[in-house]
Design a protein around this ligand. Structure first.
Ligand SMILES: Cc1ncc(COP(=O)(O)O)c(C=O)c1O
Length: 452
């Protein structure tokens, strides 16, 4: 039989439920703690920031949560997303490995982010919210939320990390096309922003700072809530449509992955592709490996500590048990803006701790080299974030070649890089730096970890 290059599903095969990994975890994830009392935070305490439905999902012990019909209807604009067999990449590498990738860049904003943005906009609208605030790094999340709020008739304000705001003017325009207001962060609009600017007027910003600004605005306005594009349990939950579709597609391909790979910023696209496969691995005692790929410049899983820390720079969030570089860590302005977060999702961190997920880190030059090889063989220009997963998949395939192994490799291609061409320009001009792990900076930031 001819190898299938593109494995497609029909609209009717979009999953009807999201998969919640919490009840299947080896032990329950550590709860969020109140920073003053160090006691678990009651779900009620989160109501100023999130609608009730999302808080219920955050703490749910149900295995599956039904996808509401209006959310599924929006998903139909681009889901199911294709699964590709990377035949031309395999040939270029001369590997006996079979490489597959699930392509989330076919969504209108160009990444996996709308899988949760649409759900969050829907549940907020259903509870009478007027406006959502959020942060964005690379601009992928901000544009996803801008599109989703536009569909459901909500206003949207996006605090965009300043270095990305300057590097990616067209991401900002895209958010404006969908009706969002975009503010470079740190800004003078919030106390959190003003505090940072007073210390460092040239701050490049960070996701931690932008989160503080967005939270501050939501906390002070009753009809405004906050929306996060990664890290939280309900965000990871919404992304599991990726892995659920992919399980069906691997079956159609008559194959099954030995290794599942994704890049990690806060952990949502990796959770999306991997959690349904982790469920299968635990249930059927499979030896599948799960590899989470991060940048060497922001190595929360490979160099951070597993500890309770704040999710934001201004210490306004509950404490989360996660791999962290310290909430005051400001990573260098690398081009994979979506991977510049000091912490990692609680669920991913716990699964790393349990030995189920393996982390690896790469420098940005080899990542771009992998991205360019991918574009020249498979055609798609990957987002710099996604190129981290490609690099790891290529390394797996080359190891398989060296060991004469017919391994099956699956990775998530979380987005396209059409708005990231300035990053590719810098790469071609030899201007990208491979940042070494700034040990002193991290030591300084870790010294500010709260005592629990
Ligand atoms: C294309 C792309 N991939 C990956 C990420 C990282 O986020 P996460 O780890 O939540 O998937 C981002 C974040 O902005 C992104 O834009």
């Amino acid at each position: 039989m001819d190898t299938r290059y593109r494995i497609m599903l029909s609209e009717s095969e979009i999953p009807y439920a999201w998969y919640n990994i919490i009840p299947d975890m080896p032990s329950p994830p550590p709860p969020p703690l109140h920073p003053a009392t160090k006691e678990p935070v009651s779900p009620e305490a989160l109501l100023p920031l999130f609608p009730r439905a999302l808080i219920e999902q955050e703490v749910s012990s149900e295995h599956y949560i039904e996808i509401p019909a209006p959310v599924r209807d929006v998903y139909r604009l681009w889901r199911p997303t294709p699964l590709f067999r990377a035949v031309r990449l395999e040939q270029a590498l001369g590997t006996p490995a079979r490489i597959y990738y699930k392509y989330e860049g076919v969504s209108p904003p160009g990444s996996h982010k709308p899988n949760t943005a649409v759900a969050q906009a829907y549940f907020n609208k259903a509870e009478g919210v007027r406006m959502l605030t959020t942060e964005t790094g690379a601009g992928q999340w901000g544009s996803a939320l801008a599109m989703a709020t536009n569909f459901f008739g909500l206003e949207c304000k996006v605090y965009m990390v300043k270095v990305s705001y300057e590097q990616k003017p067209y991401r900002r325009s895209l958010m404006q096309v969908w009706g969002a207001k975009v503010v470079p962060s740190p800004s003078n609009e919030t106390q959190a922003g003003r505090n940072v600017l007073a210390r460092d007027p040239d701050s490049p910003g960070s996701l931690g700072i932008a989160i503080s600004e967005a939270i501050e605005v939501a906390a002070h306005n009753e009809d405004v809530k906050y929306s996060l594009g990664s890290v939280l349990n309900h965000v990871l939950l919404h992304q599991t449509v990726i892995g659920e579709e992919c399980l069906q597609q691997m079956k159609l391909a008559g194959d099954y992955p030995d290794v599942v790979i994704g890049c990690v910023g806060g952990g949502s696209n990796f959770a999306g592709i991997s959690f349904p496969f982790i469920r299968e691995a635990l249930k059927r005692k499979l030896g599948t490996r799960f590899v989470a790929v991060e940048p060497t410049a922001c190595p929360s899983l490979t160099k951070g500590v597993y500890a309770y820390d704040f999710g934001d720079e201004a210490c306004t969030t509950p404490l989360l048990k996660m791999h962290t570089l310290g909430h005051s860590f400001v990573p260098p302005g690398i081009h994979a803006g979506g991977l510049r977060y000091h912490g990692m999702a609680v669920l991913i961190s716990a699964l790393v701790k349990a030995g189920i997920i393996e982390p690896v880190a790469y420098h940005q030059n080899p990542v771009f080299e992998a991205g360019v090889l991918f574009a020249r063989t498979e055609g798609i220009v990957p987002a710099p974030e996604s190129a981290h997963a490609i690099k790891a998949a290529i390394d797996e395939a080359l190891r398989a070649k060296a060991n004469h192994e017919e391994k099956c490799i699956l990775f998530n291609l979380s987005g396209h890089g059409h708005f990231d061409m300035a990053a590719y320009d810098s790469y071609f001009a030899g201007k990208l730096q491979d940042y070494e792990y700034p040990a002193e900076e991290v030591q300084k930031a870790l010294a500010s970890l709260p005592v629990v």
